[in-house]
Design a protein around this ligand. Sequence first.
Ligand code: UDP
Length: 406
Amino acid sequence: MLQLKDYEEAAGAQAIEELYLLAEKTKGLSVQNINSTAVGGGVAEILNRMVPFFKELGVNARWDVIKGGESFYKVTKKFHNALHGKEESLTPEDFAAFLETSEMNERTMELGGDVIFVHDPQPISLVNRKASMNSKWIWRCHIDVSHPDPRVWNFLRPFIDRYDSSVFSAPAFSQELPIRQFLISPSIDPLSDKNKELSQNTIDEVLQRFHIDPEKPIVTQISRFDYLKDPLGVIEAFEMVQRHVDCQLILAGGEATDDPESVEVLAKTRERASVNPDIHVLAIPSGSDIEINALQRASNVIIQKSLKEGFGLTVSEALWKAKPMVASAVGGITLQIAHRYSGLLCHSIEGAAYALKQLLQNPGYAKKLGENGREHVRQNFLLTRHLRDYLLLFLSLFHTEDIVRL
Ligand code: UDP
């Protein structure tokens, strides 16, 4: 099992030392994380990696998942889209369905700990139990709520306002709230199966398994099949590039159990791709971390053409592998990529195509961007920095007058 000292090479010995020092103050604290899915998507990815290290640091961390049926997840997906600012039809029945499942979870969920750490809107109403408990409550929003649909935001506000603190991923997402707000960006684990170094043999074997030609340049997007990840836009941009450069496209992703839209988006993507033999649409089961790692490492360029994005862990994952990236200038992506320094940002399908072509045709330039990207991730988006920020956050909950600073 990995231990924090294994991260000295990636994060620096000082970062690890700092963590142990801080952990002296949080030793014995119990923290319950709650979200809506154990697999798929960035939140599950992060919790999976963080919980064992909290334990190593003496924080008694656990992670629980709320229950819900299809109608609940249909509504929460609409909420998710609407909070990102996407047009959604919302009916009174939707809000009622949300409350019905929420009340069931409030009644049945086992809750306990010094800190109840609630992720995203799905479990938000659990805060109704706050008065009967002696815990501090954090709402951690992973969504870009800079322009939320007011119907959903105003519906959620009475819940949010009762938390002790809130956490957002980027400064642009913060909102006027009566509770304290912390800005903490997510992170990747450099030594996980998703991100660790792989042998060329492993990479070749994965390409072979997915019938991908190792000789032809590869452009890849790794994402859940979600309209906000714009897989059809990626195909359009790719086909513009294909007229100039002989290359292939991989669109790889799985499902999140809390995303009922993914089946439809995957079907549409497959249909659109079926006329182009250079496009590989790969539906891969959750937990295929080595496969994703290998596909990212085998790629010449990685794209993340999201229409909205809370953070976009896939961007840091690719940059950590020193891959040149083309990504939309949305949400948390702009924290990770400085245009023309650590990747190329785009604002349209044409812009994405232009940037892809530029990187495919200028490997020296592409390599430099990838190297800069890796250094930027090392300094800002590794798990060790994230653990440190969360420990400080926990401490601040119990020192409301005197926020601890390091
Ligand atoms: N991911 C995965 N399998 C997939 C698609 C995505 O493991 O089929 C991972 C991806 O590598 C990343 C996370 O899920 O770690 C997605 O996080 P991100 O912040 O990019 O987007 P989200 O899905 O949370 O919107």
